[in-house]
Design a protein around this ligand. Sequence first.
Ligand code: ADP
Length: 488
Amino acid sequence: QVGIMSQSRMLHDKAFINGEWVHAKSGKTFAVTNPATQEVIANLPDMNHEDTEIAIQAARKAFDSWKSTTGKERAKLMRKWYELAVSKQEELAKVLTLENGKPLKEAVGEIIYSTDYLEFYSEEARRIHGEVLSSPIPSKTMILVREPIGVIGMLTPWNFPTAMIARKAAAAIASGCTCVIKPAEDTPLSALLLAEVAAEAGIPPGVINVVTASRENTPSVGEKLCHSEQIAGVSFTGSTAVGKILYKQCSSTVKRLGLELGGNAPFIVFESADLDNAVAGLMASKFRNTGQTCVSTNRILLHEKVHDQFVEKLKSAMSGLVVGDGLNPNSTQGPLINKNQFLKVSALVQDALSNGAKKVLGGEPHQLGGTYYEPTLLTGINPSMQAYKEEIFGPVAMTLKFSTEEEALRIANDTRSGLASYFFSNDLSQIRRVSRALEYGMVGINEGIISAAEAAFGGIKESGFGREGSRHGIDDYTQLKYLCFGNL
Ligand code: ADP
C-alpha cells in the first residue's frame, strides 16, 4: 500500500500517440498489478492493430521532419531528455518498483543505467558520419552517406522496463528514426513515464509513441508492426520463442531486425580464481532482479578443487539475501514478476531435484506467498535437467563440477544460446584461451556485471543478433547509401 495514492499522478491511464494521451479505439483496458502485493495499480488502454496503425502513421509523419534535423539539434533535445530524466530519477524508480517488483535501490540503478544511454546517444548523435571513398576512377567521386532507416517498431520486456526502451529508443532517435514502442504488458507504466519526460524535454510529437496492450492483444500489435510497410525495422528484447515468431513475421516485408533473446550464461570458476571475488561476481550476476535477467548466470561450473569451498562461501553470501517488497529498503530480492514465471521456476527446481540435484538452500516458494520464491542453491546439476538447457529466470543458483579446462569449455558451449558468459581465473594464458574459446557475444572476465552504454550488448546463435550500446548501436537504425558522382 506504501504511498500508492500519492504516486497516482505518476501512474498513467492512457497510451501515448502523436504527443497525445489516448484511449484504445475499442475503449477496452487491461490491469497492471504490483507483483509485491497483487494489487491493481493502473488500468491502461488495451490497444490492437487499429490503434497501432494510428501510431505508425504518426511516427511516419514525424519521421519526415525528424530525419531532416541535424545531429546537433537531436543531440540538444536528447541531452535535455537525459537531464530531465536524471532530475526525476526517484519518481521513475518508484514507478518501476511498483510494477516490476525489484528493490528500489536496483530500480534507481536501472534508471541511472537508462539515462546513461540517453546521455551516450545524445553525444553520439553528432558523430553519425558517412565516408568519402578512395575512388579507383579519377572522374568518379564515391561517397557513402549514413541515413536513418525510418520508423522502428520496438517490443520490450518487463525485466528492465525502462532500460530496454532507453537503449533502443536513444540509439534510434539519435540516428533520426522515430518509434512505436509496445512495452511488456506487466510493466507499461515506466515506458509511459519515460515518453512523458521525452515530450517535456521537447522531443516532437510522433517521434516516440507508446502503444499499450494486454497479453491477449499483443500478437495483433506485433503482427501489425512486423507486416506494416511503413515500419522499416523491428527491435525486440525478450524470449527466444517470441523472437522466432517476429523473425518469421518480418520476412513478409524484409525488415531490418534486431533481436536480443534469451541466454544460458555459464559462470566458470577455475582453480586459480580469487574465490571471494568470484562469489561477489556470482551474487551480482545471479541475484540482481531476483535472477530475472537475460545475462543472469544459469550454470555455475566449478573446478573440482574449489567446488566445496565455493559452495560454502556462496551459501554464506546467499544467507544475507532478504526477500520482500521492493519498496521495503531492506529487501534485496523482490517477487517474481507473475504467476507464470513463479510456476516455471518452481517446475525447473522440482525437475532438477527429481533428476538428482542436491538442495543446499531454499528450493520452495517463499513463506511470504504470492510469487515470492526462496533464494535457492542446488549442486550436482547435469544435462538431463531442464534448468541446464533453459534460462531459469529466478533466484536459483546451480553448480556442477569439472576437472579440465577443455571439459569446462565443452559444457559452457553446449547450448544454442550465446549471450553472456563469465569466468574467473588468475592464469593469464588461460584467460586469453578461454575468452577466445567461449561462443558468446559477451564475456565477463573476473567480473559479474558487464553492461554499460559504452559497450556493445548482444548475442550470437539463438540469442539473436544486432548490438545495443556503443557506437555500433547506431548500425541497426541507419543504412548506408552509396552516391557515385560521375563526370563532374
Ligand atoms: P516473457 O515470456 O518473459 O514475458 P516475452 O518474450 O514473452 O517474454 O515478452 C517480451 C515482449 O514480447 C513483451 O512485450 C510481450 O508483450 C511481447 N510479446 C509476447 N508475445 C508476442 C507476440 N506473439 N508478438 C509480439 N510480441 C509479443
